[in-house]
Design a protein around this ligand. Structure first.
Ligand code: NAD
Ligand code: TYD
Length: 352
């Protein structure tokens, strides 16, 4: 394996932290630079186990700041970029769309410009990997799957901003010959997810006997993939994906929200020694999300057939592991919900 200096953006977030851990541990000959602004969603506690490794480096910074991004690339001459930094929560995008335009669109274009400039002599052997979402394809009804060729039809400010960033990545390839690869993944679940997304929010609320706010009738369908399987797919696409290609990533694992919620309720009743059915009583139907996409479902055959990736975990095992992780890491949940995690950076990095 040749030496590489790789910039991973958004590495303190949910998926990014699993990607950073995988690359730092599996590729000791790589130098991994984690660039993260540490927004509310960035938590360096997620990376405690790798922060002292000699091939890991943390850089605090904002991808919206073009001057900062350009200087970073000039200093480091990166061989590859794996771009995950984003505003990622649909409900927040409904409240503040401009934050999504800035980070997801402007931030991505800043990184593309910096890579283009840095690789202007030769882009041979370089790679700009943009990590995106299946939500760019819009909303499905009963049948069918999202293919790599499905036309974009984003419906929320979040998915519109991610679609915009995907278009810019492809435009930089077409116009400037930037070597790029893109993947679009379905909903992730697993350890370290910020408890404003469905699964960790509901695990935390069940733990605290708080209401479980189900949007609408709970009939929306999502296709869930264990986060470590997404990180494994990102490893495969980074190393083996064909330049200029797009790969859809998913677990062929569709769940209606209400059915998934009941699985979590029953599993937690058992684990917490409560009467079966007790947690389901916490289910509270609330006003639907504005413009709520009905169904997402990924056809992941291309990455499976061409790159040999497949999910390692069945959903039943993945959801058990996930609940166990949150129950074993209640301090993490309490720190995140109380805001204590925001102080971790100061205590760890103030004197560095
Ligand atoms: P997350 O919200 O948990 O983490 C995002 C990270 O980006 C945080 O650490 C945050 O501090 C950082 N960040 C935000 N704005 C920044 C900025 N301006 N400059 C630098 N850093 C900034 O998100 P996630 O769920 O881990 O998603 C990571 C990526 O994967 C995103 O691009 C998202 O669109 C994509 N994705 C997510 C899912 C999912 O189910 N969560 C599914 C498919 C694709
Ligand atoms: P979420 O985890 O926000 O992911 P996304 O919107 O990107 O798919 O939501 C997953 C599904 O759960 C989605 O259909 C909205 C629904 N949902 C609720 O019913 N209640 C909630 O409190 C949340 C956060 C989500």
């Amino acid at each position: 394996m040749t030496k590489q200096k790789i910039l991973i953006t958004g590495g303190a977030g949910f998926i990014g932290s699993h990607v950073v851990r995988l690359f730092v541990n599996n590729y000791s000959e790589y130098e991994i630079y984690n660039l993260d602004k540490l927004t509310y969603a960035g938590n360096l506690e997620n990376l405690k186990d790798v922060e002292s490794k000699s091939n890991y480096h943390f850089v605090k910074g904002d991808i919206v700041d073009a001057g900062f991004v350009n200087t970073l690339f000039a200093e480091h001459d990166f061989d590859g970029v794996i771009h995950l930094a984003a505003e990622s929560h649909v409900d927040r995008s409904i409240e503040s769309p401009m934050d999504f335009v800035m980070t997801n669109v402007v931030g991505t274009v800043n990184l593309l410009n910096a890579a283009k400039h840095s690789w202007k002599k030769t882009a041979a052997g370089k790679r700009f990997y943009h990590v995106s979402t299946d939500e760019v394809y819009g909303s499905l009804h009963e049948g069918g799957f999202f293919l790599e060729t499905t036309p974009y039809d984003p419906q929320s400010p979040y998915s519109a901003s991610k679609a915009g960033s995907d278009h810019f990545v492809r435009a930089y390839r077409n116009t400037y010959k930037l070597p790029v690869v893109i993947s679009n993944c379905s909903n992730n679940y697993g350890p370290n997810q910020f408890p404003e997304k469905l699964i960790p929010l509901f695990i935390n609320n069940i733990r605290n006997k708080k209401p479980l706010p189900v949007y609408g009738k709970g009939e929306n369908v999502r296709d869930w993939l264990y986060v470590i399987d997404h990180a494994r797919a990102i490893d495969v696409v980074y190393h083996k994906g064909k330049e200029g290609e797009t790969y859809n990533i998913g677990g062929f694992n569709e769940w209606k929200n209400i059915d998934l919620i009941k699985v979590i309720c029953r599993a937690m009743d058992k684990k917490l020694g409560r009467a079966i059915g007790e947690s389901e009583q916490l289910i509270t139907y609330v006003t639907d999300r504005a413009g709520h996409d009905l169904r997402y479902a990924i056809d992941a055959n291309k990455i499976m057939n061409e790159l040999g990736w497949k999910p390692s975990l069945q959903f039943e095992e993945g959801i058990e592991k996930t609940i166990d992780w949150y129950l074993a890491n209640q301090q993490w949940l309490d720190d995140v919900t109380s805001g204590n995690y925001l102080r971790y950076y100061e205590s760890m990095y103030a004197n560095r």
